[in-house]
Design a binder for this molecule. Structure first.
Ligand code: F6R
Length: 243
């Protein structure tokens, strides 16, 4: 795993967006899978800006949403759907035909998972996976203890995720379950970019980088990825031994 430390959130976001743009330049039909959340927000906006400025054609690439809160409608401003539309698809002019997101309202969530698995397989896997990291070390909604061989699945969210997840919503919501791409698919991505910023992520990054590698803390699995890059700002890196 490569560790890159940036002075601040803006520089971190700029580097992450540059990596995405470079991936698309090298492979216009790249398959990209993104997390939503506070961490990649600025990077998503910068991707749109960079693509416009450099006249990059985004019409051939394909976007997969890493996860979604089960039962939350796409219009809800706290949903991952809303995030992607607002910060990535609309500003970048990405058409819905180039996108696959979990349908959080599907009557059969298991079928939704199968659909996602099929799409990832048919597309030949994910070229670049961009993830954040939860305060409990989750990646996507792969909570601590998730099977390393998991593919897309419905996840029971743990208390930390349920509580922290409220920050995305205008009103208190019941979020007991999530639907997520699995750890196996994340680990099989050709490139895995994990991002973290801010002081509150410092203990999480310390454990991911210096702790035991185990499914009890999924973020640490990035160290087992043969093309894993961890990008953090100085605040998130502040508890690392080498700092
Ligand atoms: C969201 C997702 C989550 C977040 C993580 C960090 O789509 O996959 O795993 O990446 O909870 O969230 P933020 O970035 O809001 O700190």
């Amino acid at each position: 795993m490569e560790l890159k430390i940036f002075e601040d959130y803006t520089k971190l976001s700029d580097a992450a967006a540059t990596m995405v743009i470079e991936c698309i330049k090298n492979k216009p039909g790249a398959i990209l899978c993104f997390a939503s959340g506070d961490t990649p927000k600025l990077a998503c906006q910068l991707i749109a800006e960079m693509a416009k400025k450099e006249n990059i054609n985004l019409s051939k690439c394909f976007f997969i949403g890493l996860d979604e809160w089960l039962g939350i409608e796409p219009e809800n401003t706290g949903s991952c759907h809303y995030f992607f539309q607002q910060y990535l698809f609309a500003p970048s002019g990405i058409d819905r035909s180039q996108v696959h997101l979990f349908d959080a309202l599907a009557t059969n969530a298991e079928e939704e998972c199968k659909k996602m698995n099929r799409i990832i397989e048919e597309k030949g896997g994910i070229d670049l996976m961009v993830v954040g990291v939860g305060m409990n070390g989750h990646i996507g909604f792969n909570e601590p203890g998730t099977d390393i061989d998991s593919i897309s699945h419905v996840a029971l969210l743990d208390e930390i995720t349920k509580n922290i997840g409220q920050k995305y919503f205008n009103q208190t919501v019941t979020i007991n379950k999530g639907i997520t791409v699995g750890l196996k698919q994340i680990m099989q991505a050709k490139k895995l970019l994990m991002m973290a910023n801010g002081k509150k992520k410092a203990p999480v990054i310390k454990r991911a980088v210096e702790g035991e590698i185990s499914i009890d803390f999924p973020a640490g699995l990035i160290r087992r990825h043969n093309n894993g890059i961890l990008m953090v700002d100085t605040e998130a890196a502040s508890e690392l031994e080498r700092m």
